[in-house]
Design a protein around this ligand. Structure first.
Ligand code: NAP
Length: 311
């Protein structure tokens, strides 16, 4: 397949940190345009909206959306209605229904929709999945605690309705958990802590059970200074598996199986390879399970009010 001409929408932190370098190194895609509100990309035509971008360059075959989740549905819909394949950053949207709608639209038009979960591309995840597939899960524990000031400096959208607060990183943990567990988990209970001046939670504690009854706890916190924790521990009938550092380091019964230096260096190149492959095969990849768990937490969760948060 010739390389696909691609446009990126929303040139912010993740586009600059990961998407642009991954595209620069990709043989599958050629970055030919961007649409964004602020500074664009040197040497690449920049447009104020997706409509302007697609109208100016009818040969764009695919778009990658790196805007915050609220508002992404309109952009993705415009791209699909204009006949372009679409790749979505996580979380795939602001509501479950809007992403379902996009999946239907892509299917109707024979286009690819790829709802990405970058953490599933971390080095230890597929080995963890294979190891767990042959075992009985006894329990699991997720500890996902990071410093919002360090990772989301000044981002106001994350505190707005639909910005998800601590579930913005927490959904990465859920994307790994739902990939590696051999059975489905169902939320039993949740507590969400909202700063008194914010519309999204700064911390959350969740309790799940797998369908066969194994307990799973998840602790998400945005107030972690010092060492950061992105760990998943799974106890099975024949040993303990631990994924550290967001899935990039896998330890089974104390023995290290996978180490990747540089937290996410392979994740985004993998996502673009997968997108190209989906386009080639004429398929979509829309797995909404992590997103459903977050929706369930907002539906079922007790809300507590904690001290105000200011950047
Ligand atoms: P960000 O730094 O705020 O960047 C988003 C950019 O999109 C901003 O420049 C924003 O401009 C622009 N934008 C918004 N609506 C637009 C539209 N309709 N057309 C064109 N541009 C538009 O946010 P981010 O951290 O990159 O996060 C974006 C997404 O990536 C989120 O879903 C997040 O969960 C995901 N993600 C982020 C990280 C990370 O480390 N930050 C990691 C993995 C995934 P305005 O500010 O003017 O609205």
């Amino acid at each position: 397949m010739e390389s696909v001409r691609i446009g990126v929408v929303g040139i912010g932190k993740i586009a600059r940190d990961q998407h642009l370098p991954a595209l620069a190194a990709s043989r599958d895609f050629e970055l030919v345009a961007v649409a964004t509100h602020h500074e664009g990309v040197e040497g690449v035509p920049t447009y104020p909206s997706i409509e302007a971008m697609l109208e100016a360059d009818p040969a764009i075959g695919a778009v990658s959306l790196c805007t915050p989740p609220v508002g992404r549905h309109d952009i993705a819909r415009a791209a699909l209605e204009a006949g372009r394949h679409v790749m979505l950053e996580k979380p795939p949207g602001a509501t479950v229904a809007e992403v379902d709608h996009l999946a239907g639209l892509a299917a109707e038009r024979g286009l690819t929709l790829f709802c990405t979960w970058h953490s599933r591309e971390a080095a230890g995840v597929e080995t963890a999945r294979a190891w767990l597939s042959e075992r009985t899960i006894r329990s699991a524990q997720v500890i996902w605690k990071e410093d919002v000031r360090r990772w989301h400096p000044g981002q106001q959208w994350i505190w707005e309705p639909g910005g998800l607060g601590v579930f913005d990183p927490g959904i990465n943990a859920l994307s790994i958990l739902t990939r590696i567990l051999p059975e489905r988990a169902i939320l039993q209970q949740a507590t969400l802590a909202f700063p008194s001046n914010r519309a999204a939670p700064i911390a959350a504690d969740l309790t799940f059970r797998t369908v066969s009854g194994a307990p799973i706890s998840a602790a998400f916190d945005f107030r972690q200074t010092g060492p950061q924790s992105w760990d998943i521990i799974v106890e099975t009938d024949t040993g303990t598996l631990v994924l550290h550092d967001g899935g990039s380091r896998l330890v089974i019964d104390g023995e290290t199986h996978t180490v990747e230096t540089g937290e996410v260096e392979g994740e985004y190149p993998n996502l673009y390879r997968r997108f190209a492959d989906l386009i080639r095969r004429g398929e979509s990849d829309v797995d909404l399970e992590p997103f459903r768990h977050v929706a369930d937490a907002f539906m079922l969760g007790h809300r507590t009010v904690v001290e105000p948060f200011d950047d």
